[in-house]
Design a protein around this ligand. Sequence first.
Ligand SMILES: *Cc1c(COP(=O)(O)O)cnc(C)c1O
Length: 395
Amino acid sequence: MNDTARLPGHRFLHSPGPTRVPDEVLHAMSRQPMDLADPRLEATIAACESGLKRLVGSPASDVFLYAANGHGAWEAVIANLVAPGQTVLIPGTGHFSESWAVETEALGRRVLRTPWVEGQPIDPAVVEAALREDVGREIVAVLVVHTDTASSLSNDLAALRAAIDRSGHPALFVVDVVASLAAAPFDMDALRANVAIGASQKGLMVPPGLAFVAVDAAAMELSRRNPAPRYYWDWRSRQSPLAYRKFCGTPPQSLLAGMEAALGLIFSEGLDAVHARHRRIAEAVHAAVEAWSEGGALRLFCQVPAARSVSVTTIAVGSGIEPEAMRSVARERFQVALAGGLGPLAGRAFRIGHLGDMNPAMILGCLGGVEAAMTVQMIPFGRGGLERAVARLAA
Ligand SMILES: *Cc1c(COP(=O)(O)O)cnc(C)c1O
């Protein structure tokens, strides 16, 4: 590995975040900072807020942007909605629900978990039962990960909304759409979700470092009544019209400029077209992996076809296969950067990210690079994956 040599040609980034940043976004970020009273800065912030409200489908929500990653937005939700000692319900989806639960407990809040069944999405009936059992109404909110980026499963949010309704429990419905926003459909108002959480570096195609929450009136009201001490994350002070207050200090101007440009790209392509493109590309990946699976050494981790994410695909490998070694070959020799298995899947899986600034030829390049790396590593994979992906894209 030579860190300084220029590698010719395009490097294929297939991590499910950070994702490739479009040239239009890079260019928009390449500008001088402005003083904090400059109306151009105000206009950029306003464009980000209104674009994100439109993207999550909740024009009347409050959007709070943070100079933070997704973990920061998770903490913002806990700090604003839950007092120390209070309880939230986190249905198990894999690594990301568990990470959110661990963070919540570290902040002195209690977490009720429903078990995660490997390869399966959340069972809404289990969530309904957990809420019904809470006769003392101690659960303040249900925190749901829409797409668990480690398991590559997408949960059925409408079914979860219905389960909460059937239980008659007043808990708020908080949804993490970090890995699904601008890839899969999401409609905060139709779902009556109280809070949606996003971050810049996945479907939004912006470099890491800008997270946001969209908050409805009920969640805003609960946060006003929440006595928990907080400062940086506080939605109440961030409701100010002043840029300096909105960000509790200096706004991350370059990232905001990038976000404004990225939202412009998403809306000019059209949200339906963005979603359809992600679905088509994901189906091409699934077709390739199904062919590879015929070699007996690997398989799609998600056992429920309807729950397969359009953002990322987790491929479980059999014993005796080293996914990390294959990833190194893919990255260093073929310029295809894949993601590894996370948490309980470490060393047992690899992942192909296929969200954001992605087109059919790019995913074919990635799949070809994976086949080449698996060939070098002598992994017994079924042939013809690339051909099946081509057939799917050409259909
Ligand atoms: C990536 C991700 C996060 C965390 O984001 P960071 O920016 O890495 O802190 C949270 N939730 C989901 C579903 C994610 O995919």
